[in-house]
Design a binder for this molecule. Structure first.
Ligand code: EPZ
Length: 406
């Protein structure tokens, strides 16, 4: 498996807090990681890749000692919302930050009110001016922050801002995602004093400075889930090497309920299916619940189920773009509020279709693999944002898939 995009991005942001080089090993060659590197470079940091073998995971080496700019411009934030992750580190490092307010994206409004509430509690003043968030602060001081909603990047932003604040910060109702834990490990490697990551309450005791670190990033649990579902939907046999089953309980549970066989060979996860696909209901929720980033992929799988499934999306308000495309391939799906009622059909037929968001495009690939005929997916830059060499990985599993034009 490749390293987890959503662990690499916050750790790249945390390099702004480090007084030495930060090396991120197992950082896949992904568009979003390249974009984030360009943002750090624009600020004045040096960002270099180690010897990148043939797309093999390589080391990202970031040195922010010369980074002076405390801004993330509109055009960069607009292409990648995760840029908001520089907000906390910039305020902690420079005492100021000017970040374009992330616009909405295909899947939802994506507000950052919780990020701003936390920064204010740490002593920063924030205001919105001309579409930019402007924050300024002296040295941040620790506080207790209660998140009204579980937010992954909100928890990460404030964990980073608190790492060098004066005093202790307690993050309550914190996100528990494995990627949050990976960031905590990287910060601890830089000398931060953090405990409780992975639970609802994270305690950060401020330290005066953080050093560089070399950190190997966790495997990408969303990529692993996508590849395992490719095996399940085609009635195949796929082993995701390096996948961490402990970070995928909810997904593996649902794949098992569908009648596929899930096993844990040393250092990986294996899924095989040769019987019918049993319909399974899914409701997305914050970790350790079923991840919203696997909802579209699982829906594609349920399109071929032996009955009806209800898939409820509770995290984002508009994350059913893949439904219209799946319908064009013959799927029977009705939407009612935040629930999709999927009535299984005997088969899907390939069709030209359009990728919309990163995970929706993965669901179209899965449907195309299981469907008869050829499926051509347009706008696959969405795929490249979060999957390294997906077509190569699937081809190695026996899929007939090719990238037809750059
Ligand atoms: C992270 O986005 C991931 N991105 C997303 O993955 C993932 O889908 C999402 O978490 C949920 O797991 C990265 O880690 C870079 P949230 P994030 O803040 O942090 C609401 C992908 O495909 N909310 O946990 O932006 C928000 O509207 C991407 O790789 C507020 O109301 O998500 C949403 O409904 C897509 N106020 C819910 O919380 C806030 O201040 C969860 O959002 C923040 C969030």
């Amino acid at each position: 498996m490749s390293g987890a995009k959503n662990a690499v991005l916050p750790i790249m942001a945390s390099s702004l807090l480090a007084e030495g080089p930060v090396e991120i090993a197992n950082a896949p060659l992904l568009r979003d990681i390249h974009t984030f590197g360009k943002l750090l470079g624009w600020m004045g940091a040096s960002v270099a890749r180690g010897e990148a073998g043939e797309g093999e995971p390589s080391v990202l080496r970031i040195d922010t000692r010369e980074a002076r700019r405390a801004e993330a411009p509109y055009d960069m934030v607009q292409t990648m919302r995760a840029s908001v992750l520089v907000l906390g580190p910039l305020v902690a490092r420079h005492g100021r930050a000017r970040i374009s307010l992330p616009g909405g994206c295909a899947i939802g409004a994506r507000p950052i009110d919780q990020h701003l509430k936390g920064l204010s509690l740490l002593g920063a003043e924030t205001r919105l001016s001309e579409g930019y968030i402007e924050a300024k602060a002296g040295r941040l001081t620790g506080a207790t922050i209660y998140f009204d909603v579980k937010t992954v990047t909100g928890t990460e932003n404030l964990m980073m801002a608190a790492a060098t604040a004066r005093g202790t910060t307690v993050l309550k109702n914190a996100a528990r995602e494995p990627e949050v834990c990976d960031l905590a490990r990287a910060l601890r490697g830089m000398g931060a004093d953090i405990e409780g990551e992975g639970t609802d309450e994270i305690v950060v005791r401020g330290v005066t400075s953080l050093s560089g670190v070399r950190h190997e990033v966790m495997a990408d649990r969303i990529e692993a889930a996508t590849l395992l579902l490719a095996g399940a939907i085609t009635g195949g046999d796929v082993t995701a090497e390096g996948a961490d089953a402990g970070a995928m309980d909810a997904v593996l549970e649902k794949i098992g309920e569908s009648g596929a066989d899930v096993s844990l060979p040393p250092g990986g996860v294996r899924v095989r299916r040769d019987g019918p696909i049993r319909p399974v209901n899914v409701e997305t929720s914050p970790y350790p619940g079923f991840p919203t980033d696997v909802q579209a992929q699982f829906m594609a799988y349920m399109c071929l189920g032996d009955g009806s499934s209800i898939i409820r999306e509770t995290i984002f308000e508009n994350r059913f773009m893949h439904v219209a495309e799946l319908r064009r391939m013959g799927a029977l799906i009705d939407i009612s509020g935040n629930a999709a009622i999927v009535k299984g059909v005997p088969g899907l037929s390939g069709a030209p279709c359009m990728a919309t968001d990163l995970r929706a495009s993965a669901s179209l690939v899965l449907a195309g693999l299981a469907g008869s005929g050829t499926t051509e997916i347009l706008r696959i830059y969405h795929l490249d944002r979060g999957y390294a060499m997906l077509e190569k990985k699937l081809s190695s599993l026996g899929a007939e898939i090719a990238r037809v034009q750059e």
